[in-house]
Design a protein. Structure first.
Length: 377
């Protein structure tokens, strides 16, 4: 039996067996969030989630910021102001954190000017920093500017009893652009719009990165904690918006032996929470803008955020403070509003279709077959 594997650690609710971890998480969410104050503002606590069967290591905290989507200064000051606010708040709380993760989409159109601007703003944060790319950072020059500033992904290190992994979920899209004779700017335009009719299901690890992930975990005890950072979620939320990785099933096969995996991901610009097997996934805010929830696919365990005020560009955005505390993952959305979560799904747009009557493009509906097996050369 694998280390720390517990049998029968479940409860029955309404005739359905759910794990103790799921029951605790749902109970905490339905019990309501607790408002807290801090030196940098008024924030809302999401939950304190028990990570079942975790190895007891030394506690630590870290910050996550992502999806700043910077344009050059002369085009858009708002996104700069919000990124600057997030970095300043992280720095003000710096003594609390061991490190900061930047989770991708620093730039909007991958322009070296945008990436250089982001690198300049990030100097505000004097913490140890680690970086993973987003598609907006990548598809103008296929990662050349990003890698020159922030280094290549994937990467891994061990920290206080936790194996920490940063993935590249954006750099292995099948080459759809060469045969069409697209310019670099045209390719970036399709990717920045998440245009599935042209780009297809671009997000994924690909064979090379899956093999790297498998090798990276091969010497790690199955019951010990693992944190995986990725730009896109490691499961299917809503494929037509590329809220997934196309090879998520193969990735879950690699992760299946490990009972304590936490995936922290960006890209979705909204609170999301899900559990599949031994992995829990926590979706993150953007500093740039909040996405609406998709017309379907929001995980049942998610406590959705309220619809935001379109007239307030600081509403519904922010960053996250996370901590591993002796078998618990605590996380707090540092959203720049007083009330974060909806009391009903209709309040968030996940329980009705009145304001989100959408359907996939015809091209998107055909995402089957060879797309899942194509690997970029």
């Amino acid at each position: 039996m694998p280390k720390n594997k517990h049998v029968g650690d479940s409860v029955s609710k309404g005739g359905v067996d759910i794990t103790r971890r799921t029951f605790l998480h749902k109970s905490l969410l339905t019990g309501g969030a607790v408002a807290t104050g801090s030196a940098v503002g008024f924030f809302q606590t999401l939950t304190s989630m028990e990570v079942a069967n975790a190895a007891m290591g030394e506690s630590f905290s870290f910050a996550w910021v992502s999806d700043t989507h910077l344009y050059p200064r002369e085009l858009n000051q708002r996104f700069i102001d919000k990124a600057t606010r997030a970095f300043s708040e992280v720095e003000a709380m710096g003594s609390k954190f061991d490190f900061m993760i930047f989770g991708g989409d620093l730039a909007q159109l991958g322009d070296p000017v945008e990436i250089e601007l982001g690198a300049e703003l990030l100097q505000e944060v004097t913490l140890e920093k680690h970086f993973i790319p987003g598609e907006h950072d990548w598809y103008l020059d296929l990662g050349e500017s990003w890698n020159s500033h922030f280094g290549e992904s994937p990467w891994t290190f061990d920290h206080k009893g936790v194996r920490i992994i940063g993935l590249d979920t954006v750099g292995s899209a099948p080459d759809y652009w060469s045969a069409r004779g697209m310019t670099d700017v045209e390719r970036m335009g399709h990717m920045s719009a998440l245009d599935g009719s042209q780009a297809g299901p671009w997000s994924g690890l690909g064979k090379k990165n899956r093999e790297w992930l498998s090798a990276t975990l091969s010497d790690w005890p199955a019951g010990d904690p693992v944190i995986i950072f990725s730009h896109t979620p490691l499961y299917e939320v809503y494929a037509p918006w590329n809220f997934w990785i196309r090879d998520w099933r193969q990735v879950h096969e690699i992760l299946a032996p490990y009972q304590n995996v936490t995936n922290v991901h960006g890209h979705v610009h909204q609170p999301l929470y899900n559990e599949i097997g031994g992995m829990r996934s926590i979706g993150q805010l953007a500093t740039s803008w909040p996405w609406p929830y998709a017309p379907e696919g929001t995980p049942e365990l998610t406590k959705p955020m309220l619809r935001v005020d379109p007239g307030d560009h600081f509403d519904g955005v922010g960053w996250t403070s996370l901590a591993m505390n002796e078998g618990r993952m605590d996380y707090e959305y540092m959203m720049w509003r007083e009330q974060v979560f909806a009391n009903t799904r209709a309040d968030s747009g996940t329980g009705d279709n009145q304001n989100q009557k959408l359907s996939p493009r015809i091209a998107d509906r055909g995402w089957t077959g060879d797309w899942f097996n194509i690997e970029r050369k």
